[in-house]
Design a protein around this ligand. Structure first.
Ligand SMILES: Cc1cc2nc3c(=O)[nH]c(=O)nc-3n(C[C@H](O)[C@H](O)[C@H](O)COP(=O)(O)OP(=O)(O)OC[C@H]3O[C@@H](n4cnc5c(N)ncnc54)[C@H](O)[C@@H]3O)c2cc1C
Length: 371
């Protein structure tokens, strides 16, 4: 029995760890183009800690959890998956890679910046030493009195980078937050939105809402960020643009058990997990690490059930909470119910506990089974 997992992010690694714990007799193979598992939920921390702590070599995880590694980029469009499902084989290498079950966990594709703005710093860039250096250099320029640093996208990701930058001493008026929406963090409880807006206002961060980035041209001491908003089209001199537009792109569709659907057809041997797919289940379906970990584990359990001739189970885990990190000592979020809002140091502690729980799982201490 061989399970091939495509994509070594939160969903893929959680699936492999669960298979190691509960279905060790199956052979497990991870396919990913990279060499490192990236802890993306902490990527904004690169402005204050080394990147090494946020990446884990796949070879180490493979040794710890008994899987094999193949490097490659797999075409995971629905029609291609239907072909792999029929043949029980991925087109990798000369002979292909045979599987009994395939798990697609390739995450969300990065959105392309508008106006072919190649100079912007993307979230993916910050997972590389060169990208991290560019962000730090821009922050330093702003700190020394240069033009402001722009953050495009005021969702949770953009805000997390912003608060980390504030923490490193970039002054609030040196940060320009641009968002096409009218309100920050729409969808989150008002108490959280008010708390975050209050911190932005007291720091003096300039927020341009209802405003969309149209292009950016970098170069020299300052780049030119062009935007379109309520006041018409404007250009702002900025030290850099940190581009955080949120996850986009179409997701694969999957049934309540996590099996990929192509049209009306279920692919019986192809599962999905994480940002890559939307499941028609009653459980949470957001593009979050929280959902990715749980769906990765759920897909592993359903594969085991299927092999043992047992009924697969629908994914029912609800959204258990939300936390926005606002630097090492501050956060805002809720646990168990959106009416239970926590802010400040206690919230930062809770968020850290959530991260620690994941780190422990990577070390082989799995507390997810308990709650
Ligand atoms: C800065 C930041 C902060 C965040 N904070 C939080 C948070 O606090 N809480 C939270 O719940 N979520 C948070 N998120 C969202 C969270 O990181 C994502 O939801 C999560 O990473 C999704 O996990 P995944 O396994 O689906 O994909 P990913 O973690 O993105 O992993 C995808 C993997 O698939 C591989 N891959 C991609 N394409 C292919 C292909 N074609 N073939 C083979 N391999 C492929 C990639 O190399 C990668 O290793 C944050 C995101 C960012 C960027």
């Amino acid at each position: 029995m061989r399970v091939v997992v495509v994509g070594g992010g939160y969903a893929g690694i959680s699936c492999l760890i669960r298979l190691h714990g509960r279905f060790r007799e199956c052979q497990r193979i991870l396919v990913d183009p990279g060499h490192l598992h990236i802890k993306r939920t902490r990527l904004q921390e690169i402005v204050r800690r080394p990147l090494e702590g946020l990446r884990e070599p796949f070879v180490d995880l493979a040794a710890r959890f008994g899987f094999r590694m193949r490097h490659g980029l797999v075409d995971c469009r629905p029609a291609s998956l239907a072909g792999y499902s029929r043949e029980g084989r991925l087109p990798l290498g000369k002979r292909g890679l045979a599987f009994d079950f395939l798990v697609v966990a390739t995450g969300s594709p990065d959105r392309t910046p508008p106006g072919r703005a190649a100079d912007v710093i993307t979230v993916a860039d910050t997972a590389t030493p060169a990208g991290g250096k560019r962000l730090l250099a821009a922050a330093e320029k702003t700190r020394r009195g240069g033009p402001p640093l722009a953050i495009v996208g005021a969702g949770a990701t953009g805000l997390q980078y912003l608060f980390e930058l504030l923490e490193t001493g970039v002054p609030g008026p040196g940060l320009l937050l641009v968002d096409r929406g009218q309100r920050l963090l729409s969808g989150q409880p008002e108490a959280i939105r008010d708390y975050v807006a209050g911190r932005l206002a007291s720091a003096g961060v300039r927020v341009l809402s209802n405003t969309r980035m149209t292009s950016f041209r970098g170069g020299g001491r300052a780049g030119s960020l062009r935007v379109a908003g309520p006041g018409g089209r404007r250009a702002h001199n900025v030290s850099a643009v940190m581009f955080c537009p949120g996850s986009g792109g179409r997701r694969l569709r999957a049934d309540p058990y996590g099996r990929v659907l192509v049209g009306r057809r279920t692919l019986p041997n192809v599962f999905s997990a994480g940002d890559a797919a939307s499941w028609a289940a009653r459980g949470q379906d957001g593009r979050t690490a929280q959902a990715a970990v749980r769906k990765g584990r759920h897909a592993a359990d359903n594969i085991r059930r299927e092999v043992r001739g047992r009924m697969m189970q629908e994914f029912l885990t609800p959204n258990l909470g939300f936390f926005l990190s606002m630097g090492p000592r501050d956060a805002a979020g809720w646990v168990a119910s959106p009416s239970r809002v926590v802010t400040g140091l206690p919230a930062a502690g809770l968020r850290e506990a959530i991260e620690t729980r994941y780190e422990l799982m990577l070390e082989g201490i799995d507390t997810f089974a308990a709650f």
